[in-house]
Design a protein around this ligand. Structure first.
Ligand code: FES
Ligand code: FE
Length: 432
């Protein structure tokens, strides 16, 4: 209500425990992309909060999500990052489960259980699954709203812009630990354009910063806060970016020039009825812990990075970073996107990842000491101008769903924390 957030929510063990129940036990959580498991039997492992899960395409082609823990005595059933299998066999006593989660093999079944083991009731614990624009979501809450409703107005942006082209994950995820609370990177991606030119001043070395500034003044940027759970930042793709892309395409070959022209026409077409003419996202967050960013300010050669901020205690986050590329792009354009992602995305060795992590860790460190913990964090920027701000008349925002705000604002973050607070106050019995 007053635009402040207590530092305790980033350090308190009891609050963290409640988050596992009421946030990660109830929200739809992004787990990956369908391109990771094209064939029956394909699987990869991931986490929902701290809970390990297997995401698998069963023999009939259906995507399923299982808790990665054996129903006998709890050992991890699948020990691998990814693969293809007909069954998951526990390394402890050898119980095995097929790709539908059914318990199909128990060593010494007769001698050990005398025919009394109910195999049908002993399958892997299964989560609800949904797919939207190729993203796979899992959820433990039987009462959770369907995925379209969960995404709200943000679904429009996913279909029209961010996930409009068919994507594929180009490289296996980079994973690294950072000493920060999971909410800080999530809130940053939900709309912190305020930090970009300061935190990421290092990008001058790559010659990126000048372009960002130029882009900001030429075309303007604005944020959108959409639906209840879905928060994202949007930028208008400037003509200068297209010009630069054309020059680059020429150096990469005629098939890249042709692809760029065809892609541009497709984007124009898709947005023909929208006066705002938005052409790309810069970043966004799907509540609670999935973020994404496009590099290159809407360039066709920019990558799309996917991030999962996996909670590992109040002061620790395991970062997963994937690079997504457009499936239909020529190989040269895909390679350019991969390089762009490892430089500019939050990859372990990228500029932006190190810039951001240093700040997130600095903030997290100061949430625990006693006196520091009493000083609230401020998220009250331009609170009085929500939905309408000085100079707004000159902005073209027509046809865009959700709530539109100016570039520098903390209104998306305020929504992030008010959604967080309302879920944390919900005392109904948990469905985990
Ligand atoms: Fe898996 Fe015993 S713990 S078979
Ligand atoms: Fe950043």
């Amino acid at each position: 209500e007053n635009g402040t957030v207590s530092r305790r929510i980033f350090s308190d063990d009891e609050i963290y425990r409640l988050e596992m129940e009421r946030i990660f036990g109830r929200c739809w959580l992004v787990l990956g992309h369908e391109s990771l498991i094209p064939n029956p039997g394909d699987y990869f492992t991931n986490y929902m909060g701290e809970d390990p899960v297997i995401v698998c395409r069963d023999v009939a082609g259906k995507v399923r999500v299982f808790l990665n823990t054996c129903r006998h005595r709890g050992n991890t059933v699948c020990l691998f990052d990814r693969g293809n299998t007909r069954a998951f066999t526990c390394s402890y006593h050898g119980w095995s489960y097929d790709t539908t989660g059914k318990l199909v093999g128990v060593p010494f079944l007769e001698e050990a259980y005398y025919g009394k083991l109910d195999k049908d009731a002993s399958g892997l614990v299964e989560a609800r699954v949904a797919s939207f624009c190729g993203l796979i979501f899992g959820c433990w809450d039987k009462q959770a709203v369907p995925i379209d409703e969960y995404l709200g107005d943000f679904g429009w942006y996913m279909k029209q812009l961010y996930f409009a082209e068919e994507l594929q994950l180009a490289v296996h995820p980079q994973k690294y630990m950072t000493a920060t609370n999971w909410k800080l990177p999530s809130d940053n991606f939900a709309g912190d354009h305020y930090h970009t030119s300061i935190t990421h001043a290092t990008s001058r070395i790559l010659g990126m910063f000048g372009r960002i500034t130029e882009h900001q003044t030429d075309t303007g940027r604005f944020e959108v806060a959409l639906g209840m759970h879905s928060l994202g930042g949007l930028e208008t793709g400037g003509r200068d970016i297209l010009e630069r892309d054309r020059t680059r395409a020429e150096s990469l070959g005629p098939e890249v020039v042709a692809w760029l022209a065809e892609r541009h026409a497709r984007w124009q077409n898709r947005m023909a009825d929208v006066p705002a003419q938005a052409k790309s996202f810069s970043r966004g967050n799907i509540f609670p812990n999935f973020s994404f960013s496009g590099s290159g300010g809407g360039s066709a050669f920019g990558s799309i990075s996917f991030y999962l901020w996996h909670p590992r205690g109040p002061g620790k986050t395991e970062v997963w970073h994937w690079c997504a590329v457009e499936r239909g792009a020529p190989e040269a354009a895909k390679q350019a996107a991969i390089v762009s992602s490892s430089r500019g995305g939050l990859s372990g060795a990228g500029f932006f990842g190190q810039d951001d992590s240093a700040n997130f860790e600095g903030v997290t460190k100061n949430t625990r000491p006693y006196v520091s913990s009493l000083v609230p964090m401020r998220y009250d920027m331009s609170m009085e101008y929500e939905g309408e701000w000085p100079g707004q008349e000159s902005w073209v925002v027509g046809g865009l769903p959700g709530e539109i705000g100016p570039n520098f604002s903390e209104h998306n973050q305020r929504r992030f924390y008010s959604v967080w607070a309302s879920l944390m106050r919900d005392e109904r019995p948990s469905h985990g």
